[in-house]
Design a protein around this ligand. Sequence first.
Ligand code: HEC
Ligand code: HEC
Ligand code: HEC
Length: 158
Amino acid sequence: MLNRRMGFVMLIVIAATGFGLNIAIGSEAEEMTVPLGEIIIGPPEGVEPKRSPVSFPHGVHFDYACNQCHHMWEYDTEVQSCSTEGCHDAILSPIKAAAEGEEIEAYQYYKTAYHIMCISCHKEIKANNAELERTLGKLPDQLPATGPTGCIECHPKE
Ligand code: HEC
Ligand code: HEC
Ligand code: HEC
């Protein structure tokens, strides 16, 4: 497990000269292109958006294991989009879906899935940092970096 992850990090270091890279996985050497820069995440088709799309710096998150986010990925398969059918593909909230006679789980609603994943992680780091400062005093440059938690930081225009 650890070796495999280190293997990825090595490959990224070696190949991270352009935007996107190909990695060979497993003995069958299947190829996969990994976007390294910003991925623009917008709402799925059929949604009348209230907020601007989100610019997600993919590569900034590579300190984490890939399957922290791509939790259904099994290493020798293609990484699926979050909105793959049967995953986070519902475009109505459970309440609105129920009003239309459809029953869905909260995680299926794409907005909830993104918000839970993105915001909870950034909030958790902030909370840990606040706790460190509370116990150890101010450590301005030594606290772990975190990501945005405010609406307009991720959705810049109304
Ligand atoms: C912090 C969360 C996170 C981490 C960690 C992460 N990714 Fe992603 N990745 C995403 C999101 C979000 C998308 C956009 C998915 C979408 O559009 O549905 C994405 C997109 C991708 C895509 C394009 C998929 C497509 O739909 O074409 C690939 C390939 C990919 N990631 C591979 C990786 C690999 C390999 C790693 C580990 C080195 C990794 N990701 C780490 C969140 C993450
Ligand atoms: C498991 C934890 C985790 C998840 C999940 C996660 N992030 Fe982050 N994010 C971070 C950390 C840590 C940083 C700070 C990285 C750094 O600056 O080195 C960060 C930074 C960012 C930044 C700021 C980058 C910069 O250069 O200032 C943005 C924007 C961001 N994340 C968006 C997202 C979005 C959108 C998602 C969901 C698709 C997401 N993040 C999911 C941990 C996470
Ligand atoms: C860490 C980044 C992040 C933060 C912070 C964040 N969002 Fe989002 N939000 C997303 C992502 C990613 C999506 C899915 C892509 C999309 O639809 O734009 C999304 C989707 C949405 C949607 C559904 C799409 C639309 O435009 O109608 C709404 C509404 C929304 N967010 C409102 C908010 C509000 C209000 C806040 C503050 C309480 C907030 N978001 C904070 C990342 C974030």
